[in-house]
Ligand binder design. Structure first.
Ligand code: AHG
Ligand code: MN
Ligand code: MN
Length: 316
């Protein structure tokens, strides 16, 4: 069945594996994506053990790790070690890239194993973010990315992936199957929600003027404090903007280029949206180190173009 026939098939039950096959995604890539989807179930099982304690250790960003940050990372690493498709694994929780294959595998994986650690104790939605590259990381996303995906652990577990042929959402059902729920998600030119990271008192003047513009235009605030659910909201509501900007005392912002921004930029671009640091597309930013951070404006086209305009005016 060709990619053109997917929509016909959605009238019936389509699970993730069948969808990737029908979309004509290369066999190794779809097997890897499937393995990661299964790994999401193991991470979800770990979350349900309800250990919400700190691990007593810090990651390379000097952030306190939860026991869950570490176990999610370990689960992913162990699964990828046996996948047969992954040469190297880079994770937000590890200081350096580690070899997980024999050296001749096709893919290089980046992971934010557990996004939204600060929301675990309050029982808000959390997630996992994955980038799949064809070459070593760190790298400029547009040069190396083959696919990206995220998983949300909320009232439902959802799985959103793109392998360069649109962005699609699946819901994990009670039988443990990932069932297609939203195919070829396309953002509208302009949305109506905004999601704001960083403290207002630390914003730059240009960023403040941009946010005031959105507020005059009647945008509604929707911010959970978790990148995965916040991006998921923009995607599923078909538009709006998420930003974690450059701050006065922290011009690089907070979010991590390799682990968080590149995969989300890939997914949002595939859904017809845009992602920028204010100047460059996120996928065009050279990545010099694994722990690199960059500011981000991501969402539907109108809001991202406006962000570029306001930030450019601010530097004149
Ligand atoms: P992580 O839990 O992987 O460390 O990521 C946290 C990120 C992201 O989820 C969110 O958008 C942002 O940090 C929120 O930061 P603050 O809590 O500092 O506002
Ligand atoms: Mn994160
Ligand atoms: Mn994390």
């Amino acid at each position: 069945m060709s990619a053109d026939n997917i929509s016909d098939a959605t009238k019936h039950f389509v699970d993730l594996r069948r969808h990737m096959w029908m979309a004509g995604i290369e066999v190794d890539l779809r097997r890897l994506i499937w393995q990661i989807a299964v790994t999401g179930k193991y991470i979800s099982a770990k979350i349900h053990e309800s250990n919400r304690k700190l691990a007593g250790l810090k990651n390379i960003y000097n952030e306190e790790q939860l026991a869950l940050d570490r176990s999610s990372d370990t689960i992913l690493r162990i699964q990828l070690e046996h996948s047969g498709f992954v040469r190297e694994y880079a994770s937000e929780e590890l200081a350096e890239t580690i070899k997980v294959g024999q050296g001749d595998e096709k893919y290089f994986v980046t992971a934010d194993p557990l996004d939204g650690s600060s929301l675990v104790d309050t029982n808000l939605a959390i997630g996992t973010i994955i980038g799949i590259h064809r070459n070593h990381v760190p790298a400029r996303g547009r040069d190396t990315m083959a696919a990206a995906l995220y998983i949300t652990y909320g009232p439902l577990i959802t799985f959103v992936y793109s392998a360069g042929k649109g962005t699609h959402e699946f819901v994990l059902n009670r039988e443990g199957e990932y069932v297609l729920s939203e195919e070829n998600i396309m953002l509208k030119e302009r949305g109506s929600i905004y999601s704001l990271g960083g403290l207002r008192r630390d914003w730059t003047e240009a960023h403040t003027r941009y946010i005031e513009f959105l507020e005059r235009e009647g945008y509604k605030l929707r911010y959970s404090g978790g990148f995965v659910p916040d991006i998921n909201q923009v995607l599923i509501k078909r538009g709006g903007v998420f930003t974690y900007p450059a701050l006065k005392n922290n011009p690089r912002g907070k979010l991590r280029l390799n682990f968080e921004l590149q995969p989300m930029a890939f997914l949002i671009e595939q859904a017809g949206g845009k992602a920028t640091d204010g100047l460059r597309d996120i996928l065009d930013i050279p990545a010099d180190s694994l722990d690199q951070r960059n500011p981000v404006y991501i969402g539907s086209r109108f809001e991202i173009e406006k962000a570029r305009e306001f930030l450019a005016a601010g530097t004149e």
